[in-house]
Every structure is written in structure tokens, then in C-alpha cells.
Design a protein around this ligand. Structure first.
Ligand code: NDP
Length: 286
């Protein structure tokens, strides 16, 4: 049996979704979410369906807009303009990645920052970096929820984030810093990754390399959050952390699947509710 406490992301996500649903039920309107999907790639189809189902279950007015894989960028930008202008729409999410004829940056930049429930718009990134209220990217937000729910002490703790992507590593730097951690962000050019990781009280792995973090990279008692979702050749899912090795001596650890993954959708719902309350002038509604 592992020495580490296994953090049950599924249960935490379920509770968060229930809280969102309760708050939505008490509103005089249904927050609107629109998920835009380009092409019908089956892998992203699963994600989109899950998002849609979770949003409907929470009481949102949710719809998926499916565009053909060869849609032109101008047509997608036009659609975003319509959704921006639609008062019934509180949240817009464009499923990434997009096909090569469409510039991802142009699309993200076109979304009204107040409706940007993925939190990828540069305005939201800037608000987060300057510690102002913003829509925070769902996965990093989910990581912070898990750390808090698991009772991991953050103030003064040494946090190491593996990965510096715009959607996970960088926002996590801000969020952990705001939680009074001393933060190191490591990446592919970091010298002696294992040594950096061993200094961590809180280690978050978001690299996309199956089981890269080995047992001897983790200090005894550390809290380890595994963001990685990697599909192995045999079809199994693996995290960025070698779970069996690390769970032997970490203090707490998230599994894959069942850790960060379920939190991402729950946080998307939370962001959509927040966006709706802010847009409709009912900030601090819960
Ligand atoms: P990116 O590919 O955008 O970023 C990966 C980061 O890891 C980069 O900063 C890269 O460094 C760094 N990295 C890659 N290889 C190494 C290495 N060998 N040593 C050290 N650092 C390395 O990935 P994402 O941030 O988008 O995603 C990371 C993982 O999280 C993936 O497995 C993804 O599937 C998963 N994910 C899960 C989500 C969820 O739970 N819902 C949501 C989003 C992502 P450099 O910058 O130098 O290239």
C-alpha cells in the first residue's frame, strides 16, 4: 500500500460541480456556455461531449457549435464575434488545437476576455500576472483546488512546477506565488531536473512525458500533483509521474486518471458561473 495519501480528484471535482449546480439553481437565469469545435477529431470529441454533459448537468444553457475541419479563419472569427455580442452567452470555449489554416492566436485574441472561460486571452493572463480578478485557466485552477482540499500547507512552501506552458506552467507560477509559495519553474533547458525536484515541498508535473518523475526525484513527504495525461502505445493512460515509485514515500499524490483531469471540467463550470455573475452585475454572488 502506498505511504502517500492519494488525493481523489474525482471526488473533489464532484463536490465542486455540485456546489456550482446549487449556485446556478438559485439564479434567475441560466448561464450560457458555447463550445466551438472545428472538425470532428474523435479524441477532442470525447472532451467536448464531457464538457457539454457536465455543463447541462450543472444547469447551464450549453451548446456545442461544430464547424467543418476546412472552415476558414474568417468564418470562425465571425462566429466568435456573434457569440461575443450575444447577451445569452456568458462563456465561449474554442476547443484546441485548431487545424493549420487557422491561427490559434488570432482566435484566442478575438474572444471577449469577459467570456474567455478557458482563461487563455492575453488580457486574462495579464490580469492574473498583476493580481487582479480574472478568468483563470481551468487546469491550474484545478491544481490549486486540489492542493487546498488536500490541506497541503502552501505559505512559505517550496513549490517546483515542471513545465512552462502558457496554459499550465505559467499560470501555476502566478497562482502558487499568490499562495505565498517560493516557486521554481523548471523546463526542458533546466540543468539537473531531479535535483530541482528534490527541493520541492509541492511538486507539480506538467511536461507531457510519461512517468518522467521517478521515485528518487521526490523528497519524502512532498505533495505531488500530476497534470500529465499521456496515452501509451498500449492504450493505457500514464501521468508524468511514476506513481508506484513516488507514492512509496511522498506525502500526498494525485493519480492519473482521477486526479487533475476531472478538476479541469469542474473549473470550467466554475469559470462560466463566475463570468456570468460578473457580466450580469452580480459579482460576489457566492
Ligand atoms: P506543453 O507541451 O505545452 O508544455 C510542456 C512543458 O514541459 C514545456 O514547458 C517543456 O519545456 C517542458 N518539457 C517537455 N519535455 C521536458 C523534459 N524532458 N524535461 C523538462 N521539461 C520538459 O504541455 P502542456 O503544458 O499543455 O501539458 C503538459 C501535460 O499536461 C500533458 O501531458 C498534457 O496532456 C497534460 N494536460 C492535462 C490537462 C488536464 O488535466 N485536463 C490539461 C492540459 C494539459 P520547454 O518549454 O523548454 O519546451
Amino acid at each position: 500500500a502506498p505511504a502517500a495519501r492519494v488525493i481523489d480528484g474525482k471526488a473533489v471535482a464532484q463536490r465542486l460541480r455540485a456546489r456550482v449546480a446549487e449556485r446556478v439553481a438559485a439564479l434567475p437565469f441560466r448561464p450560457g456556455l458555447r463550445v466551438v469545435r472545428v472538425g470532428d477529431d474523435p479524441a477532442s470529441g470525447v472532451y467536448v461531449r464531457n464538457k457539454d454533459r457536465a455543463a447541462l448537468a450543472a444547469g447551464f444553457d450549453s451548446e456545442t457549435v461544430l464547424l467543418p475541419a476546412d472552415v476558414r479563419e474568417t468564418a470562425l472569427l465571425y462566429l466568435i464575434g456573434e457569440l461575443n455580442a450575444d447577451p445569452a452567452v456568458d462563456g465561449i470555449l474554442v476547443q484546441l488545437p485548431l487545424p493549420p489554416q487557422i491561427r490559434q492566436e488570432a482566435v484566442v485574441d478575438a474572444i471577449d476576455p469577459a467570456k474567455d472561460v478557458d482563461g487563455f486571452h492575453p488580457v486574462n493572463a495579464g490580469l492574473l500576472a498583476t493580481r487582479q480578478p480574472s478568468l483563470v485557466p481551468c487546469t491550474p485552477k484545478g491544481v490549486m483546488h486540489l492542493l487546498r482540499e488536500a490541506g497541503v500547507p502552501l505559505a512559505g512552501a517550496r513549490a517546483v512546477v515542471l513545465g512552462r506552458s502558457q496554459i499550465v506552467g505559467r499560470p501555476l507560477l502566478q497562482l502558487l506565488l499568490d499562495a505565498d509559495c517560493t516557486v521554481t519553474v523548471a523546463h526542458s533547458r533546466t540543468r539537473d531536473l531531479p535535483a530541482e525536484c528534490r527541493r520541492a515541498d509541492v511538486l507539480v508535473a506538467a511536461v507531457g512525458r510519461p512517468e518522467m518523475v521517478r521515485g528518487d526525484w521526490v523528497a519524502p513527504g512532498a505533495a505531488v500533483i500530476d497534470v500529465g495525461i499521456n496515452r501509451l502505445p498500449d492504450g493505457r493512460l500514464a501521468g508524468d509521474v511514476a506513481f508506484a515509485e513516488v507514492a512509496g514515500h511522498a506525502g500526498a499524490i494525485t493519480p492519473v486518471p482521477g486526479g487533475v483531469g476531472p478538476m479541469t471540467i469542474a473549473c470550467l463550470l466554475e469559470n462560466t458561473l463566475d463570468a456570468a455573475l460578473r457580466r450580469r452585475g452580480e459579482a460576489n454572488g457566492g
